[in-house]
Design a protein around this ligand. Structure first.
Ligand code: FMN
Length: 313
């Protein structure tokens, strides 16, 4: 999905000793090696429509590092996944699992419910990270078509968290859904986050949207999951289900109108450089990680994972 060739080698520089965390912050460095800053010189004064070039220039008075998009590059999410790897390990100690998969690319949608097994098995076996291999083919063609036309496409990811016990969350302002949405909106390119039936709930009747209760194996469950596993900002024990909408990335080869801020004149931008025609597949591990980070924080705060470990010495 990307013409850039980063090896993504992670170097742990603090916080781990003899294979275990020490209690000091875990610092992981991932260097950008495949760098080409030349195409960004033109963007210094000619902001890309749809990217953060103009807003960053205004906010930081032109001192922002515009090379590669600077801190507004999707590259920043490599660090989210490094932190997410640690969060996933913490959550693994209490059997909480986070998953994500592609459910829409441009006009191609995954129209059926896929099983958790299909997600676990298939997502990392195809380049678009869709749980249905046939739909994955169609998604790939959709991306190739847009890329061939010098354009880009957006899409939707579904994020899941399994085995989250009921009762997590700190209403009102640290509600579980509010914290998850806050983190997910810090992924560049995210334009929508919905839980369960989400925006569809607006056109549903209460009788349709309410998740009715039942007892299965002595546990309270709901027979549907329109809430997406969160009610009143608290987990209800059902899978947490989130849909995350990504815009089509803004850096496209098609010429577009912009302005030359040095000369204060209108001009046309014909973009060169190496850009992703669709960021959705690359965001799958990022969404998994962001969900894991928020849940690990909540697990520690609520005491589901002990903060003080028993000494082995
Ligand atoms: C993994 C990843 C890769 C991205 N790659 C690109 C890219 O190649 N070209 C681009 O224009 N935007 C890319 N983006 C999106 C931009 O970083 C984002 O649109 C920009 O920072 C503006 O922020 P906003 O879209 O959230 O408003 C990427 C995002 C992610 C998460």
């Amino acid at each position: 999905m990307t013409p850039r060739g980063e090896k993504d080698e992670a170097e742990v520089v603090s916080g781990i000793f003899k294979g275990k965390t020490t209690g000091a912050p875990v610092t992981i460095l991932i260097y950008n090696r495949d760098v080409d800053s030349t195409p960004y010189e033109e963007l210094k004064d000619k902001p890309r429509p749809g990217h953060a070039d103009y807003t960053a220039r205004v906010r930081y008075g032109g001192y922002n590092d515009y090379r590669g998009g600077g801190r507004f590059s999707g590259r920043i999410t490599a660090a989210y996944t490094a932190a997410g790897a640690v969060a996933k390990k913490l959550l693994g100690t209490i059997d909480v699992e986070t998953l994500a998969h592609t459910v829409q690319v441009g006009s191609v949608t995954l129209d059926r419910e896929v099983t958790v097994d299909e997600i676990r098995r298939n997502v990392y076996a195809n380049p678009v990270r869709c749980a249905d291999p046939d739909v994955a083919e169609l998604m790939m063609r959709e991306i190739e078509k847009a890329a061939g036309e010098g354009d880009s496409v957006g899409g939707v990811l579904e994020g899941l968290a399994l085995n989250v016990p009921p009762g997590w969350g700190f209403p009102i302002f640290d509600s579980l859904d509010a914290d998850l949405a806050r983190m997910l909106f810090n992924i560049p390119g995210v334009k929508g986050v919905e839980f369960g039936s989400g925006f569809r709930a607006a056109s549903m009747r209460g009788s349709e949207n309410n998740d009715q209760y039942a007892i299965v194996n002595g546990k309270v469950v709901t027979t549907t999951n329109n809430s997406g596993g969160i009610l009143g900002g608290l987990s209800n024990g059902m899978p947490i289900k989130i849909r995350v909408a990504f815009k089509p990335p803004s850096s496209i080869r098609i010429p577009q109108r912009t302005v030359d801020l040095a000369e204060m004149k209108e001009t046309v931008l014909e973009l060169k450089g190496r850009h992703d025609p669709c960021i959705v597949p690359r965001a799958v591990p990022v969404v998994e990680s962001c969900i894991a980070l928020v849940l690990a924080d909540h697990a520690l705060r609520i005491g589901a994972i002990p903060q003080v470990l028993k000494s082995e010495h």
